[in-house]
Design a protein around this ligand. Sequence first.
Ligand code: PXP
Length: 239
Amino acid sequence: MGRVRLGVNIDHVATLREARKGSYPDPIRAAKICERSGADGIVCHLREDRRHIQERDIRFLLEKIQLPLNLEMSMNEDIVRIAKRLKVPKVTLVPEQRRELTTEGGLDVFSHREKVKRLVHAFEEKRIRVSLFIDPNGKQLEASWRTGVKTVEFHTGRYANAKSLSIAQRELGLIRRYCGEAKAIGLEVAAGHGLHYQNVRAVARIREIEELNIGHAIVSYAIFVGFAEAVREMKRLLS
Ligand code: PXP
């Protein structure tokens, strides 16, 4: 058993399916392989534009997969309604812009603190656990803590996409610092975005991190080595 839990984001299996609007590759099949290959959870993002995961995928994941599902979602009312109706076990609130290729930064919890707080309470009343996807900085961390949320996920994109070693090290330092602060104020700590087989170990070594959520790199590597091996290898790097 690895120390850090691995949540596998299967969005891009659905991206490939939606390229032809057909029925394969099937993200549910990918999730089943994750179950057999050491993943600790399944993650997917129901985007407002439905560019990859569809509502029916979430229904099938809930019916057919034993691993816990973590649904990434914006604060859009329709999506909130769907998450509550489907009674997903966990949601991660993320910012969302239509034209972005991927989630470009953390949620601005500070600016939307009242709305985030209301949502955190509304979900928890329905026994849906909530995590907030934030940049590693003190203002967002404190604002998150004030909403009453129990988990934060730090956005590792600036570390992962750093153009130089010194920038990567500075960004890693920020992630390390705010993981420590989050844990010290009683929050559970996760991280993710842009992590791959070459850059993940430095993040996995951060003591306070309990879970890493990784998608694009695993799906990409799976094209060459198969989904099971891609998941197993990532899991090995986390242990
Ligand atoms: N965590 C969150 C909250 C995300 O929004 C994403 C991207 O959907 C990931 C993790 C995974 O990012 P990547 O696909 O770059 O591994």
